[in-house]
Design a protein around this ligand. Sequence first.
Ligand code: HEM
Length: 142
Amino acid sequence: MTVLWIKSLHIIFMVTWMAAIFYLPRLFVYHVQAINENDPKGDARFKIMERKLFWGIMTPGAIFTIVFGAWLWLGYGITGKWMMWKLLLVLTLVVHHVLCFVHLRAFREGRNTRSEKYFRVMNELPVFALFGIVFLVVLKPT
Ligand code: HEM
């Protein structure tokens, strides 16, 4: 496979990962509302949606983005100082991913204590990482 094929796959899986990263905390917002409104059917439905999004889209998206990214970096030697900053930002996305899992499990076990507002704020944070990463890979300022 040529480098452009790998890069295309890297971008495709990155979009998949980001779509889920921006949608899962939003589902948590609606899930909190369903619980506060004593809606057991809504609660059950959100648990299924969250599980499928996390395991069916978000986690495979993360794994394949990282696999193809690592292939570009190590396999083709595309590297630089910008790459180190990018990796740092990718690490914050991985931490966000793990945090999503922690909340998913809390909802599944009916012991979420976080508010709607908390998940709204959580939803905004990865935006900064995405801006930083795209500017770094495209502009390569360092
Ligand atoms: C461990 C994780 C990752 C590694 C090792 C990695 C590595 C790389 C490398 C080496 C390139 C090629 C750059 C070039 O051709 O100049 C690349 C391209 C790219 N990466 Fe990543 N990446 C990772 C994760 C991500 C993430 C999480 C995002 C976005 C949220 C992302 C977005 C992009 C984009 C948009 C490009 C295309 C840039 C272009 O061709 O102009 N990468 N990545």
